[in-house]
Design a protein. Sequence first.
Length: 178
Amino acid sequence: MRIGIVLGSVREGRAGEPVANWVLERARTHGGADVEFIDVKSFGLPVFDGAYLPAMADKKYDDPAVQAWSDAVDACDAFVIVTPEYNHSVPGGLKNAVDHLGGEWLGKPVAFVGYGADGAVRAVEHWRQIFGNFDAKAIRAQLSINIFAEMTENGFVPNERRAGELDALLDSLIAAVG
Ligand SMILES: Cc1cc2nc3c(=O)[nH]c(=O)nc-3n(C[C@H](O)[C@H](O)[C@H](O)COP(=O)(O)O)c2cc1C
């Protein structure tokens, strides 16, 4: 079983990087699945403007960047999406990346680690709707990281209860893959 940890911010100087690295390390020591780091920014995806429907593309794309992204997602059985909240919703760069694909997401469990002023709870609720289109099982457990309390001058310092929350999230995610 392979879990993809998806770093969703593509912004210069993104706060999401230390959050995703913490999730990655903890997921690796948690055990029960292989863990893959998937940095959306590293693929350099264009804005989706295809004349085709990704759901009908059979996971084959002319653009090598999109094909690499497709292969990375397709190789995973489940995902932890590390997401900020932009304007009370999902970040556009990650939504664009998700829109590029179809069958690669289909039916795979997905869990969310949100970070923001209010823990990105609105973004995560929107992601739950979006991934519903892929028949994905969205895991109830989520992390709602408060950037004011947990992003300090010393970097990302997770609240003491986050490790237990993440372990519970990973247990549910792994169980959902079956
Ligand atoms: C375009 C934009 C919109 C934002 N909107 C929200 C918001 O609605 N709610 C929130 O809690 N934070 C919001 N923020 C602040 C982000 O939580 C903060 O900048 C965070 O560092 C973003 O994650 P990133 O640095 O990994 O991209 C916004 C930031 C940007 C750049």
